[in-house]
Write a protein that binds this ligand. Sequence first.
Ligand code: SF4
Length: 235
Amino acid sequence: MGSSVFFYEDGMSNKKSEYNWLTQNSKMAKMSGVKTYNGGIPAYQSTTGLKTCPNAAACAKGCYATMGAYRFSNVARVFEQRLKLSQSPNFALIINAEIKRRKVQRLRIHDSGDFYSIEYTQKWLNIMRANPDVQFYAYTKMVSMFKELADDGQLPPNFTIIYSFGGTQDKLINRAVDRHSWVFSSLEALKAAGYANASENDAVALDGNPKIGLVYHGTKSFENTDWGKTKGLAA
Ligand code: SF4
């Protein structure tokens, strides 16, 4: 883009946080060798009332992204700004520019939030097509939507989707076939079930084992969440 200043649809300039849409969290920093970035939007529901995780179910109680540092007002404000950007016609323009400026090699879409609409999803698919050398990946509970897009041949080859248990469409995830993730109470339980541990290093989520395990790290105790009720029914 000529000017790197993004203007919201209401005309408000965002010069201060231009190029601040993609970040690196501690897990990203450990993915050595490949420049990996991440961009999140508010978890579960925005301040405007938009359901940003439309298929959240068991995951919502004890969601890591509604707790801890994610609740700091400055962090929450950035997430709301990103959501607003995602609704603007400038979204792809801004993200494409930031990918180039940061020389992003791998991008995780959402450490918080989900693909809240097909229109928003299509914007990301267009960004992937515009950046064929960048590897994109995402955990999602929007299972039926992505399975339909896959059946229609609309998912670019540089995109890896990981179906995430804990949502309203768990029944559609086939654990024998689909790359998927499951939250465990402990590392021992994760290993005993034959899952790859992506709790510390997210690169594991893209390796050979399509069964991705995460040890619960929210601020509630595992027993006070609904994760223990999650059932994988398709396999
Ligand atoms: S889908 Fe992810 S971000 Fe959204 S409520 Fe569930 S765990 Fe939180």
